[in-house]
Design a protein around this ligand. Structure first.
Ligand SMILES: *Cc1c(COP(=O)(O)O)cnc(C)c1O
Length: 379
């Protein structure tokens, strides 16, 4: 039986929601998006939320709002998706790669402390796989540096919590992704939240070309009003056509989490006494269980993927270390020895199917294939 890596939760009946937008004169960012932003404010208990067409464009807008640019450094983990680093270069700043904790694959406050320089202007902690970085510890190492902003990469962490705090509680901005495979999705999209009114005001502009007024406001009174370009901005707004898919997903995301947790626990139990390397769990936390990666010795990883694919099982890799990508190799040279944990994990990891709707039979198939085809390779 083939097992897909992922099946999204949207259905043909969701097209009703899009049809309702098509029935209005307004297709781009308008009333529906505003309602979803209010819903996000309620969900995260923050005063400001802005919908985005992607995490990536939103992070670009966030860095512009924070005036991060040429000559500045932004600290990012080497174990993440490439966008965490590439957005830094889009504003002309330099990504400074730090390594991650070998048990949890999370960026550590100590690593950030060791990478700080006079030029550091921002840090982007990544809540990888669904567990959060130690935000209290991070705040502590940055306590003497009010010139450094914290932008959370919360693409995996919509439902996450650590030490009683959720994304947005301990940072300047937290950014989510609603990309096709994320726990909340509208195909492509994202959102950012902030507690700062001053920052929100700038983000409203940098999300949309740096303009002083969005399309909905420009035509509000039925009379055209001039707008100005106040600063350099990105193009990161989400159209209502896609925003319409979000309210139900946001209101049900917590109901889906126990099923994600149950599936993740079943994997954990099946693999705990094998030589597979698994991600350690942190205490006093809510895990969003976005992904379930396993890790084998580097020389066996591609063989393991091949074995699973041959058995009909969809797998992917999250992630080869950003520093191993050709682009970063050509920019910064070989950084393997400065981020050894990210490098080693990145060369050995592969991710198994994990989504609500994965049946127990399908998961059994995955578990059997791993135990029978992958584990014996390690010997
Ligand atoms: C998906 C993802 C992104 C990028 O999100 P987009 O919405 O596709 O731009 C960034 N960081 C992490 C950790 C991700 O998983």
């Amino acid at each position: 039986m083939p097992v897909a890596f992922y099946r999204h939760p949207l259905q043909a009946s969701d097209s009703e929601k899009i049809a309702r937008v098509l029935d209005t004169p307004f297709l781009t960012s308008g009333q529906i998006g505003r309602q979803v932003e209010d819903q996000l404010c309620g969900f995260f208990d923050v005063p400001h939320a802005l919908l985005l067409n992607s995490w990536t464009c939103g992070a670009h807008a966030a860095l512009l709002a924070l005036d991060v640019g040429p000559g500045d450094e932004v600290i990012v983990p080497a174990m993440t998706f490439i966008a965490t680093a590439s957005v830094v270069e889009h504003v002309g700043a330099k990504p400074i790669f730090v390594d991650v904790d070998p048990a949890t694959l999370l960026m550590t406050p100590d690593a950030v402390a060791g990478a700080l320089t006079d030029r550091t202007r921002a840090v982007i902690p990544v809540h990888i796989y669904g567990q959060m970085v130690d935000m209290i510890g991070l705040r502590e190492v940055l306590s003497g540096r009010p010139d450094i902003a914290i932008i959370e990469d919360a693409a995996h962490a919509f439902e996450s919590e650590r030490d009683g705090m959720r994304p947005g509680a301990c940072s300047d901005i937290a950014i989510f992704s609603f990309y096709a495979t994320k726990n909340v999705t509208c195909g492509e999209g994202g959102a950012m939240i902030t507690r700062s009114a001053a920052l929100h005001e700038k983000l409203v502009q940098t999300r949309l070309h740096g303009m002083t007024s969005d399309a909905a406001n420009r035509y509000k009174s039925g009379q055209y009003r001039h707008w100005d370009m106040a600063r350099l901005g990105a193009k990161a707004n989400l159209p209502d056509l896609l925003a319409a898919l979000l309210p139900d997903q946001i209101s049900t995301v917590r109901d889906r989490l126990p099923e994600r947790a149950r599936l993740a626990d079943r994997y954990l139990k099946a693999f705990e006494n094998t030589p597979l390397r698994l991600v350690g769990r942190i205490g006093n936390a809510v895990h969003a269980h976005h992904l379930f990666p396993i890790c084998v010795p580097a020389d066996l990883r591609d063989r393991a993927i091949q074995e699973l694919n041959t058995a009909g099982i969809g797998v992917t890799v999250n992630y080869r270390a950003v520093t191993r990508m050709s682009h970063y190799r050509s920019q910064f040279g070989n950084l393997d020895s400065s981020v050894p944990v990210s490098t080693e994990w990145g060369e050995g990891t592969l991710t198994l199917p994990l989504f609500p709707g994965l049946t127990d039979d399908e998961q059994e198939e995955v578990i059997s294939a791993v135990l029978e085809k992958v584990v014996p390779l390690i010997g």
